[in-house]
Design a protein around this ligand. Sequence first.
Ligand code: GLU
Length: 281
Amino acid sequence: MIRTRFAPSPNGQLHLGHAYAAVVAHDLARARGGEFLLRIEDIDGTRSRAELVPEILADLEWLGLTLDGPVVYQSSRLESYAAAAERLKALGLLYPCQCTRAEVLAAAVELGPDGPVYPGTCRGRDVDPQGAAWRIDMAKAAALAGPLEWLDELAGVQVAAPEQFGDVVLLRKEAPASYHLAATLDDAADGVTLVTRGQDLFAASHVHRLLQALLDLPVPVWHHHPLLCEADGRKLAKRRGSPALADLRKAGEGGPAVAAALRMDQFPTGLCLGAGVGIGA
Ligand code: GLU
């Protein structure tokens, strides 16, 4: 049986791009007799807003999307993130880093899928671990794991190439875990067999595949769907004026009709599907 999930970060209200992602995940589960879960990615203490969670639930209900299990909160999983990080530390794969964002930017010479690649300034240095971020020694980790592949249903078999990210952060200074570590562990813990998400996160799956190998986690199949984009090719963003689902809902628009239009690739004027190059949500 397959299991999919929709995993919003409650940093802002959901918009049509989120609705599209939720419909894709929900419908793939329904079409294959599987299950659809909701996971709230609420571990970013500086951006996460608990008061948005009831709105997210109301949005999904309004769209007519039903859940097959209790809502999962990343904030309830902190121990598993710490335990996994300890395991990776015991393998000698993590190192503390005290570099600021500005220092990373200044030192970076390459651009990776997530932005400037950290050049490994703190690797091999005697850095105070107190309050540090913990980075993975990517070359060492990739060598330990050996060659890996993963499957995207739409794009086919991929040879894992996590090295393009450089030494990514797994434990953040200001949050208990990075997106890469938390999402990978949670998908395994939730029994997610088909990871559906936007193409903007395609490259992240190289890192997730590596973490699965290092932590002996089951390997799902991925389905990276196109993103709802604005006419300039950038993915929808609330701050650029895409309406919030909550506003449409409160204005009395019919949620099932909105979902049905998205299923038929019918979008409001000016919006289309694309790869959503270059921008965050
Ligand atoms: N929380 C992420 C976001 O809102 C999605 C993560 C995922 O689907 O893996 O962009």
